[in-house]
Design a protein around this ligand. Structure first.
Ligand SMILES: Cc1cc2nc3c(=O)[nH]c(=O)nc-3n(C[C@H](O)[C@H](O)[C@H](O)COP(=O)(O)O)c2cc1C
Length: 390
């Protein structure tokens, strides 16, 4: 089974992750993982923190001579900002550390600040926001990079694009080639496949900047070349749609998930939403009339592209702060302001890719097993042969 865990505070020394369960022999390139980390830092609407950090992965175990060796892979990503926080967040208390704390006493609506402070019995929310922050997703993206490397050995690719910023939506489906092209651009604006729509999206973010507000949106993750038969209909927790939904909604600020054309389907008649089944005798292959199910039926991949969307609420921290209460005086007060992003939809798309890649890699390992990539590949090829002969 594939397992991963992350640790680290937003302004601590570093982020840490372990990934256990990858077979031996998966080629790993730190440069490719760093490229994923770079992609997570891009997009119009990011705040000052992303100017400080240039995320770089350090792989400290589980990879030797550029290949996994079957043991847990451990990684570190250092926080450059840590140098400004060593006295605020020391591991060992010093005599003057109480004065150097940066307490957050006016909890920000939409954040874990108040609920977390009450739950963990703190009189202020500093330690809560340090861990609730989406800085944690840097570690997820690095783990996703390892899973992408594994998936690419089987020809599976995972990418994302932005389909909505505020009220501006991409109203048409995107081709896989378009998604590949927009993700190859050396500069990321809002990662939308349609430049006209992207321009309107930028105007929405501009308005949020101007008015001290924030804005959300939606990203779409696509997995291409996925084999039929990952996940299962047999139990609630083996359904791949359920696992993907959990993975996507576990992301900070994501409040909704859509598999395929779920929203459109809910408003349509059944005759318009199911993907009709056909057979190509020349190629001896089944094919579908459309892909409205997003590549999943009964929680099982059906061989079409996997299509998963994440819906992001607007960023909670506003330059124009919302009403809150001072935790000491219990009097009304404006919420605290911590340096913040204004819009993060392209970055969220990259994190969504990582989460989808992690779930897919887990489903592949479950189905095809193998302690070495050679063994997994043999099992995979045998299964493809069985599918071909079906
Ligand atoms: C890539 C990314 C960057 C984020 N940056 C910020 C930020 O700068 N300021 C902020 O208030 N929230 C930011 N968020 C959202 C918060 O982390 C999130 O809203 C908060 O932790 C509360 O959790 P919840 O919204 O999931 O309930 C970001 C989210 C993502 C995915």
């Amino acid at each position: 089974m594939l397992r991963f865990e992350t640790a680290g505070e937003s302004h601590g020394e570093c982020l840490v992750a372990t990934l256990t369960g990858l077979p031996a022999g998966v080629p790993v390139s730190a440069a490719s993982i760093n490229h994923e980390l770079w992609r997570r830092q891009q997009g119009f609407g990011r705040g000052g923190r992303m100017k400080i950090e240039t995320d770089q992965v350090e792989i400290v175990s589980g990879v030797r001579h550029s290949e996994t060796i079957g043991s847990p892979v451990a990684i570190i990503i250092r926080n450059r900002d840590w140098q400004n926080w060593t006295e605020v967040l020391p591991v060992q208390a010093a005599p003057d550390s109480e004065e150097k704390k940066k307490p957050l006493k006016r909890p920000r609506p939409g954040h874990a600040d108040l609920a977390g402070a009450i739950k963990y019995n703190y009189r202020e929310a500093r330690y809560i926001l340090e861990r609730a922050s989406a800085r944690e997703t840097t570690a997820r993206v690095a783990v996703g990079g390892l899973c992408k490397a594994y998936l690419s050995e089987f020809g599976i690719k995972v990418l994302s694009h932005v389909v909505q910023v505020g009220g501006v939506r991409l109203e048409r489906p995107a081709e896989w080639a378009e998604i590949e092209a927009v993700n190859q651009k050396p500069e990321v604006l809002l990662n939308c496949v349609d430049p006209g729509v992207e321009k309107k999206m930028k105007e929405v973010v501009d308005e949020a900047y101007r008015t001290g507000d924030t804005v959300g949106g939606a990203f779409e993750v696509r997995a291409h070349n996925v084999p039929v038969g990952l996940g299962s209909h047999i139990t609630w927790d083996s359904r791949l749609d359920g696992r993907l939904a959990q993975a996507i909604v576990s992301m900070q600020a994501v409040k909704g998930v859509e598999i395929g054309s779920a929203e459109e389907a809910a408003a349509s008649f059944g005759s318009k939403v199911q993907d009709t089944i056909h057979y190509d005798r020349g190629r001896s292959e089944f094919f579908r009339g459309a892909n409205k199910a997003g590549g999943l039926e009964g929680g099982i991949t059906n061989g079409q592209d996997l299509v998963v969307r994440g819906l992001l609420k607007p960023i909670s921290t506003l330059r124009r702060p919302l009403e809150s209460v001072d935790l000491d005086t219990r009097e009304p007060a404006l919420a605290a302001y911590e340096r913040s992003d204004v819009a993060v939809v392209p970055a969220a798309g990259v994190i969504g890719e990582a989460m989808v890649a992690i779930v897919l890699a887990g489903a592949m390992i479950e189905k095809f097993g193998g302690d070495s990539l050679t063994e997994t590949r043999r099992n995979f090829q045998g299964y493809l042969e069985q599918v071909r002969k079906y």
